[in-house]
Structure formats: structure tokens, C-alpha cells
Design a binder for this molecule. Structure first.
Ligand SMILES: [Zn+2]
Length: 140
């Protein structure tokens, strides 16, 4: 089977993974510094790597999501087949829920068609089978 994932997306995914990994190292270093104090006596705010790490994780995850979903994730469906596959569990679940709700509500699927007749005298709308206008009493 021919893979439908482009090399570009694989590269993006790897970059995202690496950035996320670096972010995690930065993030975890906060706990190390918090535990050890400032072992190198550098006097910097050890919360800073936490913020850097957090930012890197978000950026990395964003790139990975983009790589995984491709342009479909950003609104442009390049690979509709894959997009449908991705959404299948979700859409079938929604479909199942929808039919459950419809069973529950017992909606009249064939709603009675309502035809109204407009009175020539006063323009009021009357039922199709009305013989006199309910508003002005004129013969319809
Ligand atoms: Zn009327």
C-alpha cells in the first residue's frame, strides 16, 4: 500500500517531536532546580526554563498536530480519504447518539404539510380547508 503521508509531514512531525522533547527537558529542569536549589550558583530564576519548556511543548505539539492532520486540520482538506478515516469513530458516534436521541424523542418524521390560504380581503392566513376568513369573515 502506497503511503499517503508526505515526506514533508513526516519531517514536520519529527521536528515537532524534538521540540516537544527539548521542552520537556526544560520543563523537568524546573523540578531539578527546585529540588537541588541553584547548584551552579548562576543566580538565575529557575522558573524561566519552565516557561521556555512550556512554550516549546506547545509549539512542538502544534507542529505535530499540523503534521498529523495536514492541511485538513487547518481547514483545507488535502487528503479527504484520510480525514474521513480520522473522523470515522467520531462521526459514527455522533450518528449513533443522534439516532438514539431521535428514538427517544420519537419525532414525527413525516410532518404534516401545512397549507395556508391567504384571504383576498385582508391578507390574513387561513387553514386550507377554511371556508371563511377567521380574521374578517370573508368567503375564501
Ligand atoms: Zn380576511
Amino acid at each position: 500500500m502506497k503511503t499517503e503521508i508526505s515526506q514533508e509531514r513526516k519531517t514536520f512531525y519529527t521536528i515537532g517531536l524534538i521540540i516537544t522533547g527539548i521542552g520537556f527537558i526544560f520543563f523537568l529542569s524546573v523540578f531539578a532546580f527546585a529540588f537541588l536549589g541553584d547548584p551552579f550558583q548562576m543566580g538565575f530564576n529557575f522558573m524561566a526554563p519552565g516557561f521556555i519548556g512550556f512554550t516549546l511543548i506547545i509549539i512542538g505539539q502544534g507542529i505535530m498536530t499540523f503534521a498529523r492532520l495536514g492541511k485538513a486540520g487547518s481547514g483545507l482538506v488535502l487528503d479527504p480519504k484520510q480525514a474521513r478515516e480520522d473522523l470515522k469513530p467520531y462521526s459514527s458516534q455522533v450518528g449513533g447518539m443522534l439516532s438514539d436521541v431521535l428514538d427517544e424523542v420519537d419525532l414525527p418524521l413525516q410532518a404534516k404539510e401545512v397549507v395556508k390560504v391567504r384571504c383576498r380581503q385582508c391578507q390574513a392566513l387561513n387553514d386550507e380547508d377554511a371556508r371563511f376568513c377567521k380574521h374578517c369573515g370573508s368567503v375564501l
